[in-house]
Design a protein around this ligand. Structure first.
Ligand code: ASP
Length: 327
C-alpha cells in the first residue's frame, strides 16, 4: 500500500461509522426540548410538530422534554451542550433573537452553538386579563391601569421570553410600570391568570384562543398588524387599532440541533421538517389557533439562520434602549 492509499483507508475507516449512523438515523426516539413548562404555547406547537414529524422520520417517536427556566435559556443551553447526533433537538421561539439582548451572561451562543433546521410558524400574541378584571375593552383597561398604578401584576415566562418582551413593550407604550411575575412558562401563568392571582399577560394565540373562547380570560387586543381570521379572535381589535401606535409583535418558532451534527443527519431532519410543514393536519391545527405555518425561504436552514441574525439585529438595540437586562 502506498502512503496515499493508507491515508485514504484511514479516512474511509473514520467516516464509515458516521455514514452508517446517518443512514440508519433515527434508530431510537428523538428528544425535542421545549424550554418552557408544559401547557403553554411553545409546548403546544412542539407536541403538534412531534406528531407530524413521526411519519417522515420513518415512524420514529419524538418525545417532548420540558426543560424550563431562565426565560427559555435553560432548555436552549441543554441542547447547545447535548451530543451532536440529531437525537436532541430544540424548539424555541423569538427568544433566540431577544435573549442575546436581554440576558447579559448567556451560557451559549445563539449564532455559534446551533445548527438551524428551519422556521416552523409565526404566531401573534394577545393581551389578556383575569376574568374578574373590571374592564371589557382596551380603553377601559387603560383607565383601570391608570387608577391602579403600582398594584398591577403582569405575568410572564421569565426574562427573555416572548411574554416578557411583549409586556415590556406594553409598559413602554403606556408609560407605566407593572410588577412582573415570572413563571417557568405561560402554561402555569395562565392557571394563575384564570384564578385571578395575576392581572394581565401577553401570550401567543396558540395558547390563549381556547381560553378566550371559553371566556376564562378577558382579551384586550391582538399584536398582529391586522385582525385575525380565526373565528374565536375575529372580533378582537389589534392593539394598534385600540390606540397603541406601531405595536406589533409576532412570535416565530424554529427548530435547532446542536452545532456539529453530521450533515447527513441534518439533511434527514430538515427533509422531515419540510414534510411536517406540508402536513395538512399540522397546517389546520395551527390555523385554528391563529398561527401560520411557515412556507417561505425561512424554512431552509440558511434562510432560518439569516432570519434569526436579522431579528437579533432588530431587537437588540430596542431592548438595550429600554434598559432591561438580566444576568
Ligand atoms: N409563551 C411563553 C413566552 O412567553 C413561553 C411558553 O410557555 O411557551 O415566551
Amino acid at each position: 500500500m502506498t502512503r496515499f492509499q493508507k491515508a485514504l483507508a484511514i479516512v474511509a475507516a473514520v467516516l464509515a461509522p458516521l455514514h452508517a449512523s446517518a443512514q440508519s438515523f433515527p434508530s431510537h426516539p428523538i428528544t425535542l426540548v421545549v424550554p418552557f413548562a408544559p401547557g403553554g404555547p411553545t409546548d403546544r406547537v412542539a407536541r403538534d410538530l412531534a406528531e407530524s414529524l413521526r411519519k417522515p422520520l420513518g415512524g420514529a417517536t419524538v418525545v417532548v422534554d420540558n426543560a424550563a427556566g431562565a426565560g427559555g435559556a435553560v432548555g436552549a443551553a441543554k441542547v447547545a451542550h447535548a451530543a451532536a447526533d440529531g437525537y436532541t433537538l430544540l424548539l424555541h421561539h423569538i427568544g433566540m433573537a431577544t435573549m442575546p439582548g436581554l440576558v447579559r451572561k448567556l451560557p451559549f451562543s445563539v449564532e455559534k452553538d446551533f445548527a438551524y433546521l428551519g422556521i416552523v410558524n409565526d404566531v401573534p400574541m394577545t393581551l389578556i386579563g383575569r376574568p374578574t378584571l373590571p374592564a371589557s375593552n382596551f380603553k377601559e383597561l387603560v383607565a383601570w391601569i391608570g387608577q391602579n398604578k403600582g398594584h398591577i401584576n403582569l405575568g410572564n415566562a421569565g426574562v427573555g421570553s416572548a411574554s416578557h418582551l411583549c409586556g415590556m413593550l406594553l409598559q413602554q407604550a403606556l408609560g407605566t410600570e407593572m410588577t412582573a411575575v415570572p413563571y417557568k412558562g405561560t402554561g402555569p401563568a395562565m392557571t394563575d391568570l384564570m384564578g385571578g392571582q395575576i392581572d394581565l399577560m401577553c401570550d401567543q394565540t396558540t395558547s390563549t384562543t381556547a381560553h378566550i373562547e371559553a371566556k376564562k380570560v378577558k382579551v384586550f387586543g391582538v399584536t398582529s398588524p391586522t385582525r385575525l381570521a380565526t373565528p374565536a379572535l375575529r372580533e378582537v381589535p389589534t392593539l394598534q387599532e385600540a390606540g397603541l401606535k406601531n405595536f406589533q409583535v409576532s412570535i416565530f418558532h424554529g427548530l435547532y440541533a446542536p452545532k456539529g451534527t453530521p450533515p447527513a443527519v441534518l439533511d434527514r431532519l430538515h427533509t422531515a421538517l419540510e414534510a411536517a410543514l406540508r402536513d395538512p393536519d399540522f397546517i389546520q391545527r395551527e390555523q385554528a389557533l391563529g398561527a401560520v405555518v411557515a412556507q417561505d425561504g425561512r424554512t431552509q436552514p440558511e434562510g432560518h439562520r439569516q432570519f434569526v441574525a436579522a431579528e437579533i439585529a432588530r431587537w437588540t438595540p430596542l431592548i438595550k434602549g429600554a434598559g432591561v437586562y438580566a444576568d
